[in-house]
Structures are given as C-alpha cells and as structure tokens.
Design a protein around this ligand. Structure first.
Ligand SMILES: [Zn+2]
Length: 379
C-alpha cells in the first residue's frame, strides 16, 4: 500500500495510479464552498478574487444582464488550452470541477508544475451567469449558446469566440452536464461522464484534428475506467452545424466535449464532480507530457450513450385514463427548477408503459400507491 503522507503525490505513480491516492487528492483540493446543483455568480466571485498570484484573472466582459464573465489564466507553456464551463446555466458540475482543479493547480504537485510549465490555460468558469441565476440552459435572452456558434447573437457567444480567435488554443475543454436519462450502452449503469470528439462535417470525417481530440479522451477514459468501470459513454458524433464544439473543431481547435452525468443516488452531482476533476486533471497532464496525440483508436471502444436510464421507476402504478383504471410503469427523471430563489427538485414523467428494459437508481413497487400522491409533473 502506498503511503502518501500529507501531500498529494499520486502523480509520482503515473504508470500505476492508486485509486486511493487520487481520492485523497480530490478530497484535499475540493473547493468546500461549492456544493450541489446551484452554482451562481456570487458563489464563484469570491473564489476568483481569492485565487493565488499564480493565476492571472481579468474580466472578459459582461453577460446580457451585466454580470461579469471572468477569464483565469494559468501557466507559461507552449500548449494553449481553453476551458469553459456553464455555457448552459443549469449545468454546474464542470464549474465545481474547475474550482477544484484551480486548488490542485496551485499545489506543489509535480504534475501541476508540469502543466504550468508545459501549457497555458485560459479558463472561463461560468460563461452564462444569467442562465445560472435563472437555473436555465439558455441565456437571459433565451439563446442557447451551444447553438449560437455561427450567428453569435448572444454577447456571451461573442466573448467566447473572441477568446478563441485571440488565444488560438490547440485544445479546448467544453464542460457540460447531461441528463440522467443516459446509460452506457450494453450496461445497467448511468453514463456518469460522456465524451465527444465533435464532427466537423455531416460525413463525420476522421480528420487529423479529431484524432488528436480522441486521443485525449482515450487518456481520460483509461484513468476513469479504473475508478468507475463501465460508467463512461461516448456522445453521439452527429454533426451539429451551429454547435460550439463542432465549429471550434472545424476551425482547427481540437475540442473535447465533457458531459457530466448521473451517478446512482447522486442528485447533487458531487461524485460526478469528483470524476470530472480526475478527467480534467488527466487530460491536462496528458497534454503537458506528450508532443504527439495519435493514440485515438480506443476511442471507438468506448460504448455509446443509450437512453435507458431513469432516476426512479414506479412499477404497476394505477392511472385513470379515459375513465378507466389502468396499470402501468412510470419512469421519472428528477430536474431542478428555481422557485422563490431556491432550487426545488421536480419528478418529471419521462416514460410510461412497460419499463422492464430500463435501468434505474430505485424501483418502487407502486401497486398500493395512488398516482396523485406521487406529485409527478409532465415537464
Ligand atoms: Zn450543456
């Protein structure tokens, strides 16, 4: 057993990483003031102000509602990496992982030093602070920033694109959350993290740039499989002509999409945050330690995301339809909405019928439960 003492030395064991060492590393560097699904501008502003001088922070610009959007720079190396989170305001796991990452990057860990010397990071934690305040995917004008890469109607899209053009990153990390409805194809597991090397055309051509993106994903996946085997999925590579990642990749900036997803009984996405942190750490370390990124083949061994997961399944629930009492299974997906300032969970009906082919955290025998007592909603 490795004795790690007080320091975070897992990186000394790159070739035989200890899961225990990694978990110690995250426990030590987890940003304690961020928790759960609700991460808004006022949560991160004091953290940015308190970053050590190793980081250079500036205000990149302001959101539609006038909230600052910050830029945090780290490192002096040649490999330029752009990372952003919360371009969808209600997708907060990547932001939590980024602030954990900042704490680790400020440590005396040798891998952090290698990243500092080998890379220059430009981080935008919370690109859409207005959406975060509303807990919505879209910005204050109702624009989905991840479908605005061509038009760039939103000021937030313009700020991100200006960063891309000025900084000219070699690699980008585009941090999102996906819904709990995704399982890893061929397993009963939710897709706790999913990755994508976005396509640059409808033919989904395997370009040199995409191969480089894939090789970073392969490195991250290899580590994660040691921690949560068979909980990693591959997001569809269908070409989205107005999506950010597809366009950035097409413009020659290799873009890794990270979709933070569900881990059983972790509605707060605190376990997922931890795995998201490991993914970022491994991806950056890989980019700092290598010059050639051609180990892409194993990308295609990552199973696809499938759509067979539900937070809760109520079996044999009696529902009145057209005046008749019918028995059916009801699959529920838990979402969060802001009500009177607080995030409130809602149990939304996702699927009905025979759900025996679905997987779930919890299966409830609902034979003796009244439908109306469950307080389920349709959206
Ligand atoms: Zn998203």
């Amino acid at each position: 057993m490795l004795d790690l003492g007080d320091s975070c030395e897992f990186c000394y064991f790159c070739l035989m990483r200890s899961v225990t060492a990694l978990q110690k590393c995250h426990a030590k560097h987890r940003e304690p003031s961020l928790f759960g699904r609700d991460v808004v501008y006022t949560d991160i502003a004091p953290l940015i102000a308190a970053l050590p001088s190793l980081f250079h922070t500036t205000v990149l610009g302001h959101s539609e509602k006038g909230l600052p959007i910050h830029r945090i720079d780290y490192g002096i190396g040649d490999r330029k990496i752009l990372l952003w989170s919360q371009m969808h305001g209600n997708e907060t796991t990547g932001t939590k992982a980024l602030f954990d990452l900042f704490r680790w990057l400020a440590s005396d860990d040798p891998a952090a030093k290698r990243i500092y010397n080998g890379c220059t990071l430009l981080c935008i934690p919370m690109l859409n602070p207005d959406g975060a305040a509303l807990h919505t995917r879209k910005n204050a004008r109702g624009i989905d920033l991840n479908r605005d890469a061509i038009d760039r109607k939103a000021v937030e899209s313009q700020l991100l694109r200006a960063c891309l053009d000025d900084f000219a990153p070699d690699f980008c990390f585009n941090l999102h959350d996906q819904r709990a409805i995704f399982n890893v194809e061929g397993t009963a597991n939710p897709a706790t993290l999913s990755f994508l090397a976005p396509s640059v055309d409808v033919a989904r051509s395997l370009t040199a740039g995409r191969k480089e993106t894939m090789s970073v994903i392969v490195a991250m996946n290899e580590l994660l499989q040691q921690l949560i085997p068979n909980h990693i999925g591959r997001y569809t590579d269908e070409f989205y002509p107005t999506a950010t990642g597809d366009n950035f990749q097409r413009l020659g900036h290799n873009t890794i999409l990270v979709e933070a997803g569900h881990f059983p009984h972790d509605l707060d996405r605190e376990r997922t945050r931890e795995f998201n942190f490991y993914a970022l750490l491994r991806g950056l370390e890989y980019l700092a330690d290598n010059q050639v990124f051609d180990q892409y083949e194993a990308y295609f061994n990552i199973p696809n995301n499938a759509l067979k997961y539900l937070n809760t399944i109520y079996k044999n629930l009696s529902i009145e339809r057209d005046g008749q009492l019918q028995t059916t299974d009801v699959g529920v997906h838990t979402t969060f909405k802001r009500q009177n300032g607080q995030l409130v969970p809602h149990q939304c009906i996702e699927e009905t019928g025979d759900l025996s082919s679905y997987f779930s955290d919890t299966v409830v025998n609902a034979e003796n439960i009244q439908y109306q007592d469950l307080k389920l909603s349709n959206s």
